[in-house]
Design a binder for this molecule. Structure first.
Ligand code: FAD
Ligand code: NAI
Length: 463
């Protein structure tokens, strides 16, 4: 007789592995099913971690070749060893995936290797063995959305997975989709020497960003040399001996033209992955967009089956998946698990970084909320000047009547780290004045946050 469990989690991405560890820490007997050779899901294997490793390495290369000289650091004959860069990235990935394996052993989570299939409430089969469990959590994540007429081969026409593995720097890289993946991985290859053109269907980049910030972000990226074709759609891609020919049309219709590329990165979004999971047979309902339907407590329509992370509603972000993993583990252990969806940060790890939390200006306008805003540029921040990184600003949005912080948007050096303070502020219901009264160390980039809070009241000190 195979083992029985309190909880079987299917998928070991940041949603699944965090859920499994937390549930084990709360006293449940837990197994996590993963069909990949290594744990950690999309995030650790082919997503967040390898992309950030390449972003860091390519930034180092680019800085050494361009901005070091401004600091009086003169290096002659800089060359790129791409194979070594990839090898380092693989080491970083391995350290992380092996780390999850260690944490599973430490917390006594059983890794069931193979594809998991839900047979019914309380029954899961993995590699021909059937297991019984009180609860099942679906955490099977997402995959790249395909585009008809643009056949991915992961060599010439790649998704993010292939774009993390290119064995040489393409001369011409065309990116389809000016979203997070397109701009992060487009930046990597641009820094390493590729000519990058981004084709975007909408008249703007990163549709989820505050419109103001998106406009300034695009201007900064253009200054770096990335090219954009907004309001355009790719209707076909033909792969030949020497590259790819793309048919491109205005989004609203019109004359088509061709663009030649050595490599094409398709990055038009991600879609839920539930293949082979047996959801139809188990009677688990999907919502109108193909996501696993759940209530506010992660329960699907079938008793004892829950879902978290990219497979359910909400932003497809690793930390959102992790927080849902903790919340459902607490709920299953009889506690009150909860995620504050109004305080989930999002970060684009380009240079400069772009980070936001809470409402955008467009959302506040659409909701008819009266607000005040305060902005402080990094050009007026002493530390940013010392670093030589003055692109961007901090922009805060607060309720006009109560001064409560409603949104924060940062474009600039280390924006992803700076946003944490504002996530905390929003989580605790702080006002802009509260932030302006907190002592910030000098000279740090975080002083720009304090100054933006002063600006909400009308007057920044250093502007
Ligand atoms: P996943 O991480 O997708 O994990 C699902 C796991 O389930 C996979 O390992 C899969 O093999 C397994 N699985 C599926 N079906 C079965 C089955 N039937 N049986 C067994 N196992 C199964 N987010 C951020 O917050 N920050 C970032 O910087 C960031 N960068 C990214 C960069 C890239 C290139 C990509 C593609 C994504 C990035 N993301 C980032 C998004 C992030 O990776 C996802 O939001 C996150 O991984 C979702 O976690 P998850 O646990 O829901 O699913
Ligand atoms: P995305 O949703 O961020 O962006 C897709 C872009 O493609 C949008 O601008 C969209 O308008 C455009 N688009 C859609 N169809 C198109 C078409 N036919 N032609 C041209 N443009 C088209 O999706 P992306 O970049 O693929 O990333 C997927 C998700 O992965 C992100 O939304 C995010 O949730 C996650 N991610 C997060 C990262 C982070 O947190 N730093 C990094 C990378 C991915």
């Amino acid at each position: 007789m195979a083992d029985t469990f309190d909880l079987i989690v299917i998928g070991s991405g940041p949603g699944g592995y965090v859920c499994a560890i937390k549930a084990a820490q709360l006293g449940l007997k837990v197994a996590c099913v993963e069909k990949r050779e290594t744990l950690g899901g999309t995030c650790l294997n082919i997503g967040c971690i390898p992309s950030k490793a390449l972003l860091q390495s390519s930034e180092n290369f680019h800085d050494a070749a361009t901005s070091f000289a401004d600091h009086g650091v003169m290096i002659a004959g800089i060359t790129l060893d791409l194979a070594k860069m990839h090898a380092r990235k693989r080491d970083v990935v391995e350290a992380n995936t092996k780390g999850v394996e260690f944490l599973f052993r430490k917390n006594k989570v059983t890794w069931l290797k193979g594809e998991g299939r839900i047979l019914s409430t309380g029954r899961v089969s993995v590699a021909g063995t059937e297991y019984e469990t009180k609860s099942i959590v679906i955490a099977t994540g997402s995959e790249s959305t395909p585009l008809p007429g643009v056949p991915v081969d992961e060599t010439r026409i790649v998704t993010s997975t292939g774009a993390l593995e290119l064995s040489e720097v393409p001369k011409r890289l065309v990116v389809i989709g000016a979203g997070v993946i397109g701009l992060e991985l487009g930046s990597v290859w641009h820094r390493l020497g590729a000519e990058v053109t981004v084709i975007e269907y909408l008249p703007r980049i990163v549709p989820t960003l505050d419109a103001d910030v998106a406009k300034d972000f695009m201007r900064i990226l253009e200054k770096q040399g990335l090219k954009f074709r907004l309001g355009s759609k790719v209707t076909r891609a033909m792969t030949g001996e020497s590259g790819v020919t793309l048919m491109v049309e205005p989004a609203k219709g019109g004359e088509a033209e061709t663009i030649e590329a050595d490599v094409v990165l398709l990055a038009i979004g991600r879609r839920v992955f539930v293949d082979g999971l047996g959801l139809t047979e188990a009677g688990v309902q999907l919502d109108e967009r193909g996501r696993v339907w759940t209530d506010d407590h992660y329960a699907t329509n079938v008793p004892g089956i829950y879902a978290i992370g990219d497979v359910r509603i909400g932003p497809m972000l690793a930390h959102k998946a992790e927080d849902e993993g903790v919340a459902i583990a607490e709920i299953l252990a009889g506690q009150a698990g909860h995620v504050n969806y109004g305080a989930i940060p999002s970060v684009i790890y380009t240079w400069p970084e772009v980070a936001s939390v809470g409402k955008s200006e467009d959302e506040l306008k659409a909701e008819g909320v009266a607000y005040t805003s305060g902005k402080f540029p990094f050009t007026a921040n002493g530390r940013a000047r010392a670093m030589g990184n003055t692109d961007g600003y901090v922009k805060l949005l607060a309720d006009k009547t109560t001064d409560k912080l409603l949104g924060a948007h940062i474009i600039g050096p280390d924006a992803g780290t700076l946003i944490a303070e504002l996530v905390t502020a929003i989580e605790f219901g702080a006002s802009a004045e509260d932030v302006s009264r907190i002592c910030h160390a000098h000279p740090t980039l975080s002083e720009a946050v304090k100054e933006a809070a002063f600006a909400v009241e009308g007057h920044a000190i250093h502007m």
